[in-house]
Design a protein around this ligand. Structure first.
Ligand code: AMP
Ligand code: MG
Length: 423
């Protein structure tokens, strides 16, 4: 058994929260940054605050297609007729001053010309031939207030205000906000370089002929997809056989060139489980095993500056341990403050008994039951090898360490995959 810093206590396994709380403070956000064009900025993490340089909108402008006029011209008792003396179009401001007693045609987004103090919607006017005049009924006039249908300069954004905080993972609307400020590029944190490798003598690449006793490798397909969605730069190291001669140099080289190394398989107590021995030999192991189900043998350590996560080989364990343990660590590295995913209280439609001690995740689907609200149902079997159950599931039910069982009608906590960046 490899030497460990903490955690591999004889009496009690570390809980997930203890492991995350122990490891997160030791991880610093990557310091290198990239300056990227806006269309490449989606999903990237801002390295600096974005401060507004401009007021938005840059000037008072019309919120409607209609006519800009002086409110004082409108009669509350009889219809008012005003000559239309010109037009203010979006991108083509009205050049002069609009005199009292006149109106100008205005379109949405056009600057309010000098003079008028309101815009009346075109639907509320009777419009003369060739738009030579408009007539406004007293009821419409009575409803019109000063500033009506005018969007004021700086109403949305004022120059100098904080628009986007450092550490924001850029969503489409965030990128659009920067575009609206005339910014052509954004400074983002470099993508974490993550290497992924699977281990096992039984594993073959899809497409290859399968010898007896072998299976096709699938964990890299889960992990690489999850990593790409998170915004990591992934190196695929393929499959390693269960022998020191292939595992040791591969991990050493990968660790030298990456921020994170993710392995799957070879961390439990089987005779061929040499991944954790190799990690211990090349670097050190901070912990091995957590009080979780599935995924108990998960291993965390470092080889020089590279974080090494040894995930168990079972396909369900791989995904669950990635989402619950690897994801927050990667987010921290990327500069995003990992917040606990929202767990929704829902009603269980199932019964189970269990031995308290480990935090457990069960593959689940949400269903809306009339009059009862949201209910969850579980996949019929709970094997950590059943990859198809993860495809059936829309999320996970989380049972806390002290849970001894569930009876139908109990409230349980449901974590939709979408909360974990998988949808
Ligand atoms: P291990 O953690 O290496 O003991 O593997 C546990 C189980 O997961 C075994 O049944 C392995 O065959 C299976 N397994 C390990 N790695 C993979 C993989 N990359 N793809 C599919 N199944 C795997
Ligand atoms: Mg194995």
């Amino acid at each position: 058994m490899p030497q460990t810093d903490c955690c591999d206590t004889t009496d009690r396994l570390l809980t997930l929260a203890e492991a995350i709380n122990a490891v997160l403070p030791t991880i610093s956000t990557l310091t290198k940054t990239d300056t990227v064009p806006l269309f490449d900025a989606y999903g990237r993490v801002l390295a600096t605050e974005v401060i507004a340089g401009l007021d938005a909108p840059p000037g008072d402008n019309s919120a409607m297609d209609g006519f800009a006029l002086h409110l004082a011209d409108l009669s509350p008792t009889v219809a008012t007729q005003l000559p239309v003396t010109g037009q203010a179009l979006a991108g083509h401001p009205y050049p002069g001053h609009v005199l009292p007693g006149t109106a100008v045609r205005i379109t949405t987004g056009a600057l309010i010309p000098d003079g008028p103090d309101a815009v009346i919607m075109q639907e509320q006017c009777r419009i003369g031939p060739d738009e030579a005049w408009i007539e406004i009924a007293p009821q419409s006039a009575a409803r019109l207030k000063p500033g009506e249908n005018i969007r004021r300069r700086g109403e949305d954004v004022q120059a100098g205000m904080l628009l986007l905080p450092k550490g924001r993972r850029l969503r489409p609307q965030d990128v659009a906000l920067a575009a609206g400020q005339g910014m052509a590029t954004l400074e983002v944190i470099r993508r974490p370089r993550v290497a992924v490798v699977s281990t096992g003598d039984e594993l073959y690449e899809p497409g290859a002929a399968l010898p007896s006793g072998a299976i096709y490798e699938s964990n890299r397909y889960t992990l690489i997809g999850l990593l790409r969605r998170l915004g990591c730069a992934v190196t695929d190291l393929g499959i390693l056989r269960d022998d020191r001669e292939s595992v040791l140099p591969a991990l050493r080289e990968a660790a030298a060139m990456h921020d994170v190394l993710l392995t799957s398989g070879g961390v439990s107590v089987g005779t061929a489980d040499l991944v954790k021995e190799v990690i211990a030999e090349l670097g050190h192991i901070q912990f091995w095993r957590l009080a979780v189900k599935p995924g108990k043998p998960v291993t965390f350590g470092r080889i020089s500056d590279c974080l090494v996560l040894g995930l168990p080989g079972n396909p369900v364990s791989v995904m669950v341990t990635f989402l619950m343990f690897a994801r927050p660590l990667l987010l921290r590295l990327m500069g995003v403050e990992p917040t606990a995913p929202v767990r929704w209280p829902v009603i269980a439609d199932f019964a189970l008994r269990r031995k308290p001690g480990r935090r457990e995740w069960l593959r689940a689907q949400l269903q809306i039951v009339p009059e009862r609200g949201h209910q969850v149902r579980l996949y019929p079997t709970n094997s950590s090898g059943a990859l198809s159950s993860l495809c059936w599931a829309e999320g996970l039910v989380e049972l806390p360490e002290d849970c001894a069982g569930v009876t139908p009608g109990d409230t349980v906590y449901y974590l939709p995959f979408s909360e974990l960046g998988v949808d």
